[in-house]
Design a protein around this ligand. Structure first.
Ligand code: F6R
Length: 622
């Protein structure tokens, strides 16, 4: 995943591009670059390393110009280097391109171009794009080709797009057309910001909010031509597209750190508010009784008759799907299959068109998740998406969309997006249970009352971060950390272990606690910390035995359990308690101390939790 941006207006482009890239840096940070068009020439500056390296270089020598494009890279083809950094230019330097995505047929295209005398300078797949555009630009200049009614520059871009297989969000500038930027997308997000006397381009909304909240979310295979005073939209066949813009509700402040040391910490602390935002629009009080209102997705009784629910997602979102498995089965008594999207897409799955297919994705742009969703759609499934990203590919291609309303999540490690995904899952499970006649009025009301208490209970946990900080200080150097739990607690263990490994680089694993004795317990020694999630009252004795088994082999332990619960006092090394809610809703709260533990361990180990090594926020390539 990479971040791309563009600016055309009356201000100097360089500071605008750098400001936008700062907001997009979470999308990739192994190199960065900009290209600015100043009347008669395109100036490119690009450097290996974080954005700061480029900023220092540019500070030495300003680049004038009011039109430009910028890129922050997360390498896929070709190692991070100055040469492989974007923008890429054609040989004469009069066309520059930035790109996010993967050109799958770049090998064939490269050979084709080389046979025509093109000399490649980088190892990137992106470089074929600029040479293809150059090729068609020159060909069209000699004899008009391709799509009529478009100018030479647009025609050349459209011809090049016609040759490309794979995914792209890209932007192109040409020296001979100093009044425009051309942008295009396929399977990779790209948003046009509509300003006053200026127009902008970015991979994600926060990079636009300093300028505007009016946007076009570019659609699949859509092309935008940005001028200072207007934007034209086309299909990739050159046909005009006329449609209204969208309004973004987030403000610029919501996309900033707001005084926290890191976005991740800020986002952990935003969870009470995010819970409320997810819940409030869906909870309606009729005759003094709360009800879940899903008018927004038109969920009707036919969905409740689904013989099976299939959930696919990746990473943290898959863990939300694991909680979903327990929640839908517990409340709605519908069998659930939860699968990793990258497995599902290649599995030749057995399929019933009456199944309810749920796809969970924060970004709505994860390549494997989209592929799984498209496979299910092809087979006739009804798709319900749970996503945080309005206008994302997932949102557009699904039958129904349930937005998590977590607000922008910038930290690479997902926190508030996960817990709001859980909230959506619980609301759905309760609604389906009610539609299926499985919850009487009182049980339904009690469950909704419990959910309404969650924001305040989450806040209470966040007021006790010092206890987790102390615990992290005692254990951040452990060689191994194992999270164990049963049922809902197992799903939370999976997410807790992922959080810790991805930002602290500690070897951490999750085990269904009953599985320990079938192998993993061989790993337990004095260098092991066991974090036991213990919120499922009916299974207290079982998890207590597992804690004792690991303690007997020298492991230190932390038990996360309910306030006022003393079952673990004598066997736990340390205990962290969370406010009591109904056992099935425990993941909404029990994950919060685990998120904080991961965060503090990462900081104590000297890592930047917002920029974990080798990771990107949204994996838009396979
Ligand atoms: C981990 C994390 C990832 C994502 C995964 C799916 O903290 O964020 O595991 O959950 O890459 O991303 P989305 O939800 O955007 O599809």
């Amino acid at each position: 995943m990479c971040g791309i941006t563009g600016y055309i207006g009356c201000k100097q482009a360089t500071p605008e591009l750098l400001r936008a890239l700062k907001k997009l840096e979470y999308r990739g940070y192994d190199s960065a670059g900009i290209a600015v068009l100043n009347g008669s020439r395109i100036t490119v500056r690009k450097m290996k390393g974080a954005l700061g390296v480029l900023e220092r270089k540019i500070a030495e020598e300003a680049i004038p110009g009011t039109l430009g494009i910028g890129h922050t890279r997360w390498a896929t083809h070709g190692e991070p280097s100055d040469t492989n950094a974007h923008p890429h230019t054609n040989l004469s330097g009069n066309i520059a391109v930035i790109h996010n995505g993967i050109i799958e047929n770049y090998g064939v295209l490269k050979e084709w171009l080389q046979a025509r005398g093109v000399v490649f300078r980088s190892q990137t797949d992106t470089e074929v794009i600029v040479h293809l555009i150059d090729f068609y630009y020159n060909a069209a200049a000699i004899a008009p080709i391709g799509i009529p009614g478009t100018d030479l520059f647009l025609r050349a871009v459209l011809e090049a797009l016609g040759r490309i297989e794979g995914s792209y969000g890209l932007a192109v500038i040409a020296r001979d057309f100093p009044d425009r930027i051309i942008a295009a997308r396929k399977d990779s997000p790209l948003i046009v910001g509509l300003g006053d006397g200026e127009n902008l381009l970015a991979s994600d909304v926060p990079a636009l909010l300093d300028h505007t909240r009016e946007v076009y979310y570019l659609g699949e295979r859509e092309v935008a031509v940005l001028y200072r005073d207007h934007v034209d939209l086309f299909t990739d066949q050159g046909e005009r597209v006329i449609r209204p813009s969208s309004h973004v509700d987030w403000d610029a402040q919501a996309a900033e750190k707001g005084g926290y040391a890191h976005f991740m910490l800020k986002e952990i602390h935003e969870q009470p508010r995010a819970f409320t935002d997810t819940l409030r629009p869906r909870l309606k009080i009729a005759d003094g009784t709360p009800d879940i209102n899903f008018d927004e997705i038109g969920l009707d009784a036919s969905w409740a008759d689904a013989p099976r629910i299939v959930i696919t997602a990746c990473g943290t979102a898959w863990h939300a799907g694991m909680v979903g498995k327990y929640a839908f089965e517990h409340f709605a008594r519908i069998p659930v299959e939860t699968d990793i999207a990258s497995e599902y897409r290649y599995r030749n799955p057995v399929f019933n068109p009456r199944d309810l297919f749920i796809v969970i994705s924060q970004s709505g742009e994860t390549a494997d998740t989209l592929a799984a969703m498209r496979l299910a759609k092809q087979k006739g499934a009804r798709i319900l998406a749970i996503t945080n990203a309005v206008g994302s590919t997932l949102a557009r291609e699904s039958d129904l969309v349930l937005y998590t309303w977590a607000g922008p999540e910038i930290g690479v490690a997902s926190t508030k997006a996960f817990t709001t995904q859980l909230m959506c899952v619980y609301l759905l499970a309760l609604k389906l249970a009610r539609l299926r006649g499985l919850l009487d009025g009182r049980a339904y009301r009690d469950a909704l009352t419990s959910l309404q208490a969650i924001p305040a209970q989450a806040q209470k946990i966040l007021e006790n971060t010092a206890a987790i900080q102390r615990f992290a200080a005692g254990h951040f150097n452990k060689g191994k950390v194992f999270f164990i739990g049963r049922q809902f607690d197992y799903a939370v263990s999976l997410e807790s272990a992922l959080k810790l490994k991805e930002i602290s680089y500690t070897h951490s694993e999750a085990f269904a606690a009953g599985e320990l004795k079938h192998g993993p317990i061989a790993l337990v020694d004095r260098d092991t910390l066991v974090v036991a999630l213990a919120t499922q009252t009916a299974l207290f004795d079982k998890i207590a035995s597992n804690i004792q088994e690991t303690a007997a082999r020298g492991a230190a332990s932390l038990v996360i359990t309910w306030e006022g619960e003393h079952r673990f006092d004598k066997i736990a090394g340390e205990i962290f308690t969370i406010p009591r809610t109904d056992d099935p809703f425990s993941p909404l709260l029990s994950i919060i101390p685990a998120q904080l533990f991961a965060y503090y361990c990462a900081v104590l180990r000297g890592n930047d939790p917002d920029k974990p090594r080798n990771l990107a926020k949204s994996v838009t390539v396979e």
